[in-house]
Ligand binder design. Structure first.
Ligand SMILES: NC(=O)c1ccc[n+]([C@@H]2O[C@H](COP(=O)([O-])OP(=O)(O)OC[C@H]3O[C@@H](n4cnc5c(N)ncnc54)[C@H](OP(=O)(O)O)[C@@H]3O)[C@@H](O)[C@H]2O)c1
Length: 275
C-alpha cells in the first residue's frame, strides 16, 4: 500500500483527500497545523490516516511515495524550506496543485527527488468529478507518471498536458472555471428571485436547467453554438434574452476573465521572488 504525505487540508487538499480515503488504497499522513484539532476529530476513526502537527515532526520520511502540496501560493516558500530539511526517498514523487508555481521552484529545494508533477485539479474533486491536468519534469519516470495518473483519476478525469504554460492556461479554464460557473448560477438564481420565485424554487429551476443543458451538450454531437440555435426560435423568448447577452458582450467577458486568471497564474511563478 502506497503512502501519501498531504500538506495543506483546505478546500482543495480535503477535496482530493475524500477520493483517496474512499479508495482505501493509500496510507495518508496529513499536515495542516492550525486545523489539527479539526482533523483529529474528523479522521480519528480512519486507520489509514495519520495526522502530524508540523512538517518538522514527520517521521520515517523515506516511506512516502507521494508528497502532495496543497497550500496557498503565499505559504509555499515556508513549506518548501521546512520540507527541504527532511530526507525523502529518491523514489518519492513531489506533486503540487499550487497555481502558477513552476517545477523549477521545487527542484531547488530537493537534491534527491527527481520526479516532479504539477497538477491542476478543480473543486468538483470533492464529489469525484474533478478535471485534473498534469505536467511533469523531463526526468520523470514513466511508472511514476502512471502512479500520479491513477492517484488523481480517483478524484475525476485526468489528462497530461504538454508543458507548464498549458497548466497556467488550464488554471484559467478548468481550475478557476467552477468559480465562474457558480457565479453564473448565482446570477441566474438571483434573476429568478427578482422575477418573483421563492429561493427554493429558483434553485431547482436553475440547477435542473444547468444540469439538463450540460447533459444534452455532453450527449450531443453539436457545438455549443449550434445548440444555442436549436433553442433560439426566430423572434422568440430565448432570442430576446440572447440579444442582451450579445449587447453585453458575454464572449468578450469570458475572454477577459480567462486572460486575467491566466496572467495571474503566470505571474504567481515570480511572487516572493522565487522563480
Ligand atoms: N480551491 C480551488 O478550487 C483550487 C483549484 C485548483 C488548485 N488550487 C490550489 O490549491 C492550493 C490550495 O488552495 P485552497 O483553495 O485549498 O486554499 P485553502 O483552503 O486556503 O487551503 C490551504 C491550506 O493550507 C494550510 N497551510 C498553510 N500553511 C501550511 C503549512 N505550513 N503546512 C500545512 N498546511 C498549511 C492552510 O492553513 P491556514 O488556513 O490555517 O493558513 C489551509 O488550510 C492553492 O495553491 C491553489 O492554487 C485550488
Amino acid at each position: 500500500m502506497k503512502n501519501i504525505l498531504l500538506i495543506g487540508c483546505g478546500h482543495m487538499g480535503s477535496a482530493l483527500l475524500t477520493s483517496w480515503i474512499d479508495s482505501k488504497q493509500y496510507h495518508i499522513t496529513l499536515i495542516d497545523p492550525l486545523k489539527i484539532n479539526f482533523l483529529n476529530k474528523k479522521y480519528k476513526k480512519i486507520k489509514k490516516i495519520k495526522i502530524v502537527q508540523t512538517i518538522s515532526k514527520i517521521e520515517n520520511a523515506s516511506k512516502f511515495h507521494f508528497i502532495v502540496i496543497a497550500v496557498r501560493p503565499i505559504d509555499l516558500t515556508n513549506v518548501l524550506k521546512e520540507l527541504s530539511k527532511i530526507k525523502f526517498n529518491k523514489k518519492t514523487s513531489l506533486v503540487s496543485v499550487v497555481a502558477g508555481k513552476k517545477i523549477n521552484i521545487y527542484r531547488k529545494y530537493f537534491s534527491n527527488i527527481s520526479n516532479y508533477f504539477r497538477v491542476m485539479p478543480n473543486m468538483p474533486a470533492s464529489i469525484g468529478e474533478s478535471m485534473n491536468c498534469i505536467v511533469f519534469n523531463k526526468e520523470a519516470n514513466s511508472s511514476k507518471k502512471k502512479d500520479i495518473f491513477k492517484l488523481f483519476s480517483l478524484s475525476g478525469r485526468s489528462i497530461f498536458l504538454k508543458n507548464e504554460n498549458e497548466i497556467d492556461m488550464t488554471t484559467a479554464i478548468s481550475g478557476s472555471g467552477p468559480g465562474f460557473i457558480f457565479n453564473l448560477i448565482d446570477a441566474m438564481e438571483k434573476a429568478a428571485i427578482r422575477l418573483g420565485f421563492k429561493q427554493q424554487t429558483a434553485r431547482i429551476l436553475v440547477l435542473e436547467t444547468f444540469k439538463g443543458s450540460i447533459n444534452l451538450f455532453s450527449k450531443s454531437k453539436m457545438t455549443a453554438q449550434q445548440l444555442v440555435n436549436t433553442v433560439a426560435t426566430k423572434g422568440g423568448t430565448t432570442e430576446a434574452g440572447l440579444k442582451i447577452m450579445k449587447k453585453n458582450k458575454i464572449h468578450k467577458i469570458f475572454v477577459d476573465l480567462t486572460n486575467a486568471s491566466y496572467k495571474k497564474a503566470k505571474h504567481q511563478g515570480s511572487i516572493n521572488g522565487k522563480k
